[in-house]
Design a protein around this ligand. Structure first.
Ligand code: GDP
Ligand code: MN
Ligand code: MN
Ligand code: MN
Length: 253
């Protein structure tokens, strides 16, 4: 397969038609996967915000004070308020804010970005409200019919370093199911469900970069999902998420 970034995209503005911006710079094919950084989806959907939009309530002040005590760095309670308002659950509040967003993604600071926010003195870029709907919309506005994945850069538990993950997708199942297939020794695979949208997002992140490259969109070409069952079940239900349950009861000393 090939992975390449779409060159020459401008600074994305509220209201911009991402599909048109991309299609005027790349000849997309129906069997491509188009990966779009959430940063530009948020800009197009005008999810820029200002710290002043989030006057801090008591909970946010408490969280910011605790974060300050733990990190020795100054923390803005308005940022904690923004994270609270973007989240349905605070899973950890120290030594960093780990929360679940409305659409199911669990991430530090609800994925609110303070890099590559864009112009005009805006402080924050919130994640798209419903990234799979964003992916649907981009796909509908394209004349080709590739799968579309909205990505974000995210850290991982247990490992240092960040990588791209999928936060929304359209025209492709989130996972391919290997259960019931056999390994080289004829043993039946019992648990392997491969989160292909995350793997594709990680590949895209390799070519889009994190800084000032100006490459928010990548294309994966000549990759095949193959003959597998698919599933969209990427975000664990809280009931079956034992790590999340354990973290709920855990206190940072
Ligand atoms: P995130 O992973 O979604 O948070 O996005 P990043 O902030 O890591 O940016 C990913 C890539 O998109 C980097 O190459 C940025 O330089 C680029 N980028 C971000 N915003 C824009 C934009 O408005 N226009 C262009 N052309 N590139 C952008
Ligand atoms: Mn960023
Ligand atoms: Mn981001
Ligand atoms: Mn990134």
């Amino acid at each position: 397969m090939d992975v390449f970034a779409v060159p020459g995209l401008p600074e994305v503005r509220p209201g911009d038609d991402l599909a048109a911006l991309v299609e005027s710079r790349a000849d997309l094919r129906d069997d491509d996967v188009l990966l779009v950084a959430s940063t530009v989806v948020s800009k197009a959907e005008d999810r820029r915000a200002d710290l002043d939009d989030f006057p801090a309530g008591p909970r946010a002040k408490e969280i910011a004070e605790r974060l300050e005590a733990v990190s020795g760095e100054e923390k803005d309670p308005r940022f904690a308020q923004a994270v609270l308002e973007e989240s349905t659950e605070i899973i950890m509040d120290a030594p960093f804010l780990l929360t679940a967003t409305r659409f199911g993604h669990v991430g530090v600071n609800a994925g609110i970005d303070r890099s590559n926010v864009g112009d005009e003195g805006h402080d924050l870029l919130l994640l798209p409200e419903r990234p799979s709907e964003s992916a649907d919309r981009i796909r509908r506005n394209l004349s080709a019919d590739p799968a579309v994945i909205v990505t974000d850069t995210s850290g991982r538990p247990f490992r240092h370093g960040q990588r791209g993950v999928a936060i929304g997708w359209s025209g492709i199942p989130a996972s391919r199911d290997w259960r019931g297939e056999t390994d080289r020794d004829g043993h039946e695979l019992e648990v392997t469900v491969e989160a292909v949208v995350d793997e594709l997002a990680a590949a895209a992140n390799l070519v889009t970069g994190e800084g000032d490259d100006g490459l928010p969109v990548a294309v994966v070409r000549d990759w095949e999902f193959g003959n597998h069952e698919g599933s969209d079940n990427l975000y664990r239900d809280v009931d079956g998420d034992f790590v999340r349950q354990a973290l709920r009861g855990w206190e940072f000393a």
